[in-house]
Write a protein that binds this ligand. Structure first.
Ligand code: B12
Ligand code: SF4
Length: 417
């Protein structure tokens, strides 16, 4: 039997996978061409060594072939929704979310033109991005709406908003055709902060309800280390939250806490500073949704950040089996990494703050939360939130787990019915 793996984990952690002896080939990044080409080569016993986006072992060492160009997304054949529907009824995948009763998941572009030094997308796409035209995105959405009843959209692109022109064209098409659908996507603060006011107003009118942004940190030095700086600053993050409020678009800000620093005290101080910063953002625009990640390194070889991470003694598992260890699984879920600079009391502090924050400001994306539940949680957590008492919030944790069954959108996606 031949074993072929693909996806972000396989592409980024290829060394231990290829050394494990369980896997013969990895499709490194996009598999749309590489995978069928590899299957052809294996079936017909022809050479596979020149197939792009492939990893295989040569004399016991993993070898990566050249990366393929990202192909023109408009040149791809139309997605075979009707065919898919015969086997996997699409209606089963259109869940009820806070945006609409039947939410479509849609990928309108691949890659990302940026190189944030903590991001798993960078080693795969190497700062390249290609998107479908606004017209083709719209055509698919309209088809899914008319034929299958889709009423809202989650754009799963790494960066839906790279081109203002494309977003504006898409918004115009949605409006001109009275689509009346709400949508969500992921973007960058520094990119969208350059959008014209008219574009933002148009997007909102065309259904743009919430945008996920990597705010990451309020500290400009850290933003620089993450390769976000120069363009994104703490001041801009706050200003932009206020700007989004003006246009009634909910900014969903994701933060990465627990970055390496030279001393334990500095790491701890930065966590406190990030917590204080998040509270400032919330004070500016209380509707801002906050997502908290704990920094889990990805192998962005050559970046200043990854060098620092290695210097501080961090190492990925050398054996594939080690990834099955619950501690490494937690690492992969960005919740409790095994980074040498982060002490257990710091992880507790981050998680406790998250518990209090989610009680005081529950996500709007969890439809099942009742007003009564929100009110109770808010009053129970207000003393803690307002006085920075985050230690041991067991009463909130128990209620979130058993009464609210609180759902964190970053782990399980938006609440769906
Ligand atoms: C949607 C999504 C989610 C949804 C998933 C919903 C669902 N039911 O599927 C939710 C919100 C639940 C989610 C959760 C998480 N996610 Co997520 N998610 C995504 C997102 C936005 C899209 C993934 C997707 O569907 N892509 C569509 C497919 C077709 O594209 P693709 O995966 O790139 O696949 C191509 C190739 O890789 C290859 N390929 C892929 N698989 C295979 C398999 C084989 C055999 C072959 C040959 C080829 C192949 O071919 C495909 C076509 O070219 C990506 C970012 C992105 N835009 O890619 C992040 C992303 C995958 N998620 C990520 C993370 C970190 C998480 C969380 C850990 C976050 C958290 N703290 O909780 C959790 C993990 C949850 C879990 N239990 O595992 C990271 C992964 C980083 C990594 N592995 O190093 C990403 C890349 C985001 C990021 N920039 O950091 N996620
Ligand atoms: S902008 Fe987002 S997707 Fe792009 S490299 Fe940075 S973190 Fe990754």
């Amino acid at each position: 039997m031949v074993n072929i793996w693909g996806g972000y984990f396989a592409s980024n952690q290829y060394k231990c996978i290829m050394n494990s002896g369980y896997v013969d080939y990895i499709i490194n990044g996009p598999g749309d061409e590489a995978f069928p080409q590899l299957l052809d080569a294996l079936e017909n016993d022809t050479p596979y060594e020149l197939i792009k986006n492939l990893i295989y072992n040569l004399e016991g060492h993993p070898l990566k072939t050249e990366k393929a160009h990202l192909f023109d997304q408009d040149a791809l054949p139309a997605l075979p929704y009707d065919y898919l529907n015969e086997f996997y009824p699409l209606k089963d995948y259109f869940g009820k979310t806070f945006m609409g009763s039947k939410t479509i998941a849609y990928h309108s572009s691949i890659g990302c033109p940026f190189k944030c030094s903590f991001c798993a997308v960078v080693p795969i796409y190497e700062a390249r991005w290609r998107g479908k035209s606004a017209q083709n995105v719209f055509k698919d959405i309209q088809y899914l709406n008319k034929k299958y009843g889709g009423t809202a959209i989650e754009f799963h692109d790494n960066n839906f908003f790279v081109s203002e022109k494309r977003v504006v064209e898409f918004s115009k098409l949605m409006l001109e055709n009275n689509m009346n659908m709400e949508w969500w996507g992921e973007g960058r603060i520094d990119t969208i902060d350059k959008y014209k006011d008219d574009s933002l107003a148009l997007m909102r009118k065309a259904g743009c309800k919430m945008i996920f942004f990597g705010a990451e940190s309020g500290n400009d030095e850290i933003l620089k280390q993450m390769s976000k700086g120069g363009k994104q600053t703490g001041e801009q993050i706050k200003r932009f939250a206020a700007r989004m409020k003006r246009f009634d678009i909910i900014p969903e800000y994701s933060f990465v806490l627990g970055m390496p620093a030279d001393t334990e005290e500095q790491v701890n101080r930065q966590i406190d500073a990030d917590i204080a910063f998040i509270k400032q953002v919330k004070a500016i625009n209380p509707d801002t949704e906050i997502i908290i990640y704990v920094y889990s390194p990805v192998p962005t070889e050559g970046s200043e950040l990854f060098e620092k991470v290695k210097q501080q003694g961090f190492k990925f598992p050398e054996k594939l089996e080690d990834w099955l260890d619950p501690a490494w699984q937690n690492f992969d879920l960005r919740k409790n990494p095994l980074t040498p600079w982060l002490k257990p009391y710091m992880v507790d502090k981050i998680k406790n703050f998250e518990t209090v924050l989610n009680a005081y400001y529950p996500t709007v994306s969890d439809l099942k939360l009742t007003n009564l539940q929100k009110k109770v949680m808010r009053s129970l957590s207000s003393l803690r939130y307002n006085n920075d008492i985050f230690i041991a919030p067991y009463e909130l944790k128990v209620l979130q787990k058993f009464w609210l069954k609180y759902r964190q959108p970053e782990i399980e996606g938006f609440y769906m019915e």
